[in-house]
Design a protein around this ligand. Sequence first.
Ligand SMILES: Cc1ncc(COP(=O)(O)O)c(C=O)c1O
Length: 450
Amino acid sequence: MNAQALRKPRISRLEEAQADLHARTQRSRKMAADRSEVINGAMAASGIAPPPIFIADNQGAHFTDLDGNSYLDTCMGFGVHVLGHRPKVVADAIKAQADKGWHFSLRGADQLAYAHRIQAASPTNQRVVLANTGTEATLYAIRAARALTGKTKIALFDISYHGAHDTALVWAAPGSTPEQVVPMTLGHGIPAAVTDDVLLLPYRHPLAIAAIRAQAHELAAILVEPVQGSNPEGDVGPFLAELRAVCDEFGIILIFDEVLTGFRLGYQGAQGKFGIAADISTYGKVAGGGLPIGVVAGKADLMATFGDFTAAKGIFFGGTFSGNPMSIAAGLAALSELQARPDIYAHVDRLTAKVTQGFNAHAEANNYPARIVSCGSMWQVFFQSEALSSFDYAGKEAEGAFYLHCLAQGLFIHATHRCFFSAAHTEADADFVLDVLSQSLAATREDGLI
Ligand SMILES: Cc1ncc(COP(=O)(O)O)c(C=O)c1O
């Protein structure tokens, strides 16, 4: 080695990856700069921000960015694409519907068949109401519970996500403990009074059940993600059974928010996986086959509230695009395929188990403070060795570097860090994921961040 090389300062693995990505994503960076003058909004990334990337097209389990770089996708439209990107059955249905019209003001011909697909997802899905997003679905489910019971308080759990409406954005304030969950509204612009009508509970904690018992007379409903998107633990059956039991005991409406888990953890979602039925269920994501949808389904007597809003206990609901023919066509095609192909769930679950076991064994053997938590085809890397507790979830610097290394190697993990496998992912893709994850851990350690 000559003297000049010796004098050259060593660049870190992180700087190396950053420089590489920087050079390969020029068009995306220009797009980010131009957009920032017109379009507001960005999702925060933890720690070290990767360069922005814009998608040009996608197919199967991959997408290509504006600069022509290809990535293996683990975000899959925020969990929407169980069948992969642009599956032929859905693409054909969308094209066929486009030839017949894409927005009707009157009710479309496929809605009935679609509602039957929703009915098949839970024994309590006796009646179905169509909306456009998961946000609308949980908003209507909450409104329905309040109308039906004449009570206003809704029990929610910390680190849940139920959409962007006011009640759903009551979260636990930093510093909360299971003994004292302090509610706050996320961001400004939401009246503080909204928190008065929410009982915020520690997730999977005995104190939650105690609090429900103590305030049962005030509660209209318990709204729960049966498996949390932000914390996809798979051993939640006993907890859900406890919720079912306490709701039955006190006559509280149990709402399962299956917007993420519905048709992903199996055709019957979490309800099928854990053998526990909700009173009212909400769906979205997978249920639209890749186009926007929101669905509320439930027991016939409860769903009667969706009718005449001037009648006793009737609520208002609407939506210009609710039940629009494009979403229904895409959703019907996707749900029909998923109903007929249980092998898809066996496949995505197997890939997830392989990556979870492989990664966790590797991390344990090499003393990396990282573990994958997964359920079905939902998985996420957590940078902590101890069991996940809902109040200690926090991004660390190492995480930012880790995910940037993944991206530089062609593995896309969204800033939310939530990952999903699809029918389009192969065994080789799972091996690639495992390889990239371990390389990224090694590079992060080499820089002294782990
Ligand atoms: C469990 C759950 N509920 C509701 C929503 C909101 O759905 P949407 O984004 O379609 O409004 C989401 C979205 O991520 C979700 O994961």
